[in-house]
Design a protein around this ligand. Structure first.
Ligand SMILES: [Zn+2]
Length: 301
């Protein structure tokens, strides 16, 4: 089985070094294994979408020295042929299947009510027993998780699958927003399935999302997704220890690029996550270093 991965930026802010290093990591592993790279831009959040963020994705990949085998050639090509808004039927079909299985329930809780009722930071399940009709206007759809719901998935270079208790880390998560639009978890899963993605690189902050998508894949019988391998990398923080955010201007790769900075620091971060000793190699040289290591062969080749 050959490796298929995706670089999945979101055009809701300028990309930061953590995003960049994540893309380099996915690219290096793909090139090291003679796998394929898809550029998949997640524009589900249309409220925060801006054309300059979309353009920034293409400039950044170019600056980092990353090419890809499938996906949009330009911002316009993305809007014409690849926007997630063109695949909403697919997402709604998956939601319809879950609704038919009876595992969804409608929730009309306000943000404030959710905050007041929440257990830790998780939704309390307040609407579980209220039996609101799914077609009640302005309701979100949540999934009813079994009480003892453990999900497991394969993590890169780990012999034993990672196991997560989903109710403890996600609660009954939202699959359809109050405005009727599909949530990230369902769109991301459907897209990964559509492009036969079997290697997924993301930050450790998305571990609960991986669990959620794995559970949905089980519910929907998406066997290919259940066989995917994941690489959850550490998150980069700013000088005050806060997680990097796309809104922070000074840490945007755009400002590095415009200042004529080399992408070295981003490449170094990816090398570090991969456990490679970095001596200013380019991503292509890193791929050669990685493919000469014996361990990788056990996963893809
Ligand atoms: Zn509710």
């Amino acid at each position: 089985m050959s490796l298929r991965t995706r670089i999945a930026p979101t055009p809701s802010g300028f990309l930061h070094p953590g995003n960049g290093a994540s893309f380099v990591l996915a690219w290096v592993v793909a090139r090291a294994t003679k796998g394929r790279v898809l550029l998949r831009i997640d524009d589900l959040d249309r409220a925060r979408f801006r054309m300059e963020y979309l353009e920034d994705i293409f400039f950044t990949l170019d600056w980092l020295g990353l090419d890809y085998d499938e996906g949009p050639a330009s911002p316009q090509d993305f809007l014409d042929r690849f926007s997630q808004s063109l695949r909403t039927d697919t997402y709604h079909e998956a939601l319809r299947q879950l609704a038919e299985q009876g595992v969804l329930y409608a929730c009309d809780c306000s943000r404030r009510h959710i905050r007041e009722q929440s257990v830790g930071s998780l939704y309390s399940g307040f609407c579980r027993q209220r039996k609101l009709y799914l077609d009640t206007p302005h309701t979100a759809w949540r999934i009813r998780l079994p009480d003892d719901c453990e999900v497991a998935f394969s993590e890169w270079k780990q012999d034993v699958p990672v196991s997560l208790n989903l109710p403890a880390c996600m609660g009954d998560f939202v699959l359809r927003q109050k405005d009727g639009s599909p949530a990230y978890q369902i769109a991301s899963l459907c897209d990964d399935l559509l492009w036969h993605i079997n290697f997924i690189v993301r930050g450790q902050d998305l571990l609960p999302s991986t669990g959620a998508q794995m559970f949905l894949a089980q519910q929907l019988g998406y066997e290919d997704f259940q066989k995917a391998t994941f690489f959850h990398h550490a998150l980069l923080t700013d000088d005050s220890g806060e997680k990097l955010s796309k809104s922070a201007g000074s840490t945007a790769l755009k400002s590095w690029r415009e200042a004529g900075k080399s992408p070295d620091d981003v490449w170094r971060q990816a090398a570090q996550w991969l456990g490679l000793e970095y001596r200013e190699e380019t991503p292509m040289e890193m791929a050669a270093m990685l493919s000469s290591g014996a361990k990788i062969k056990a996963h893809f080749l």
